[in-house]
Design a protein around this ligand. Structure first.
Ligand code: PGA
Length: 255
């Protein structure tokens, strides 16, 4: 049984560097006693300090975004090479909050490519805006997946992580998350599209995470759906709740 992969997406919840560093240290202390892999994604402004706090502690550093164009004339942007230089290992791409700011599939595909070229693992987020009985949400997932993944080499395929995050379930409470049965069905569907895109073997070994109102209360049930772990937003800011989620995920992991 593989360890669950638990990714903390701190978004812009933590404004102060000191708060980010102490939360990272608390996660590293808690992580030492839980059989799970952890990735902490602070804001770009805190990457260096959080990276130093996590160094040698077995918790990986992740970033929340990266530039998707080439060249230096991009005021305010951060490149994959800059992230790699800060010992970042993972980067979230295609998060719905960034798609809402104007990043389209082409931009997301470029970010996946840039991340992989710098040997980072892209955590590619996909998710429908709403669900209906007719199953049209599956079309949204297919086009996001196909639109965001170019042709990947076998080495690149091994680095890819998918995060399925239904947009309507983000930022709420455990009771508002997708239910476990619907998640199981969706994970199978995502794997089928991945198999069509990059072959069955690669598709079977690609970790698929769930994100959207994961809290301690629903982590165990959601984990039974065949996901490899979670992308956790609001509940990841409190180290105790992130560790509790990881403990609940462990033991039900099928990855
Ligand atoms: P949430 O956020 O856990 O607060 O719903 C998840 C995410 O957006 O990555």
């Amino acid at each position: 049984m593989k360890k669950p992969l638990i990714v903390a997406n701190w978004k812009r919840y933590i404004e102060k560097k000191e708060t980010a560093v102490s939360a990272a240290k608390a996660i590293a202390r808690g992580a030492a006693n839980v059989p799970a892999e952890f990735v902490v994604c602070p804001s770009h402004a805190h990457l260096d300090a959080v990276g130093k706090a996590l160094s040698g502690k077995g918790v990986a550093l992740g970033a929340q975004a990266l530039s998707f164009k080439e060249g230096p004339m991009q005021t305010g942007e951060v490149s994959a090479a800059m992230l790699a230089d800060l010992r970042v290992k993972y980067v979230i791409v295609g998060h719905s909050e960034r798609r809402a700011m104007g990043e389209d599939s082409e931009a997301v595909r470029a970010q996946v490519r840039e991340a992989l070229a710098a040997r980072l693992s892209p955590i590619l987020c996909i998710g429908e805006a709403s669900r209906d009985a007719g199953g049209e949400h599956y079309d949204a997932l297919t086009s996001q997946l196909r639109g965001s993944l170019g042709t990947l080499s076998p080495a690149d395929q091994k680095r890819l992580v998918i995060a399925y995050e239904p947009v309507w379930a983000i930022g709420k409470r455990a009771g508002d998350a997708l239910d476990a049965a619907a998640l199981e069905e969706t994970v199978l569907y995502i794997r089928k599209v991945l198999a069509e895109t990059m072959g069955r073997t690669a598709a079977l070994s690609t970790p698929i995470l769930y994100g959207g109102s994961v809290e301690e209360e629903n982590a165990e049930a959601l984990m039974r759906s065949g996901v490899a772990g979670f992308l956790v937003g609001h509940a990841s800011v409190d180290p105790k709740s992130l560790i509790a989620i990881a403990k609940a995920a462990h033991g039900t992991s099928k990855r």
